[in-house]
Design a protein around this ligand. Structure first.
Ligand SMILES: N[C@@H](CCC(=O)N[C@@H](CS)C(=O)NCC(=O)O)C(=O)O
Length: 218
């Protein structure tokens, strides 16, 4: 079998999720993003042939190509020996699905798109962050963290002591939240969320997948 390949930029939260899944499963992988024009090339014919929506990550393994982070994590889990990335008990597995879906459908639009990306790719005057958009997003960010805080009450992860795919989806987003100007305040108000991040930061998959942008800021 050839080595598994994750195509994507290291700053992407979804790419990091796939990398964490590889590491937690004990699967060797190559991270590639051989695009001379960077993210602009994600709309090239070559990339669209791999991901018709022009996004990252894409996974390639023995000629098999797959897009969508959760599908990639599932494939990794089902294709290799190693710790299971989904709980074995059916209700626990369903709860994991619930949080994975909530992360993709609610946390990403409310926190990643409307808040983090406003700072990461500023659209305000002279390349400054659009503070009006950020201030408008913040109440929803706080509310979403409050919901996560309740979901992580038992903790430190959604299903207790072991992190699964839903946790791999959430962690990269929280790392960006922590690096934002309001990050300490936001996580201070959500102690279970902060505990989740602290627990994850002890895992080998955390440091090994930390995006260069966050490594430099640390
Ligand atoms: N539903 C996709 C989301 C992937 C996604 O949004 N990736 C971002 C990077 S974190 C991207 O490619 N953005 C580029 C764009 O929107 O053009 C998944 O689960 O993989």
């Amino acid at each position: 079998m050839s080595k598994l390949e994750i195509i994507g930029a290291d700053l992407s939260t979804f790419v990091r999720t796939c990398r964490i899944a590889c590491m937690e499963k004990g699967v060797e992988y190559d991270l590639t993003f051989d695009y001379p024009n960077g993210i602009a090339d994600m709309k090239s014919d070559a990339h669209l042939a791999l991901h018709p929506f022009g996004r990252i990550p894409v996974m390639r393994h023995d000629g098999f190509v797959l897009f969508e982070t959760t599908a990639i994590c599932r494939y990794i889990d089902d294709s290799f020996e190693g710790p299971s990335l989904v709980p074995g008990e059916r209700r626990q597995a369903a709860i994991m699905e619930q949080w994975a879906s909530a992360s993709n459908d609610y946390v990403v639009p409310r926190i990643t798109v409307k808040y983090i990306l406003q700072y990461a790719f500023p659209k305000g005057p002279e390349g400054t962050p659009d503070m009006e958009a950020i201030n408008e997003a913040l109440p929803n960010v706080r509310d979403t963290l409050k919901i996560l805080n309740t979901g992580l009450e038992e903790g430190p992860y959604f299903l207790g002591e072991t992190p699964y795919i839903a946790d791999f989806l959430l962690l990269p987003i929280l790392d960006y939240v922590a690096s934002m100007p309001e990050g300490a305040d936001l996580l201070g108000a959500a102690p279970n969320v902060a505990r989740f991040r602290d627990a994850f930061s002890q895992r080998a998959s955390y440091a090994a997948t930390l995006p260069e942008r966050l490594r430099q800021a640390a």
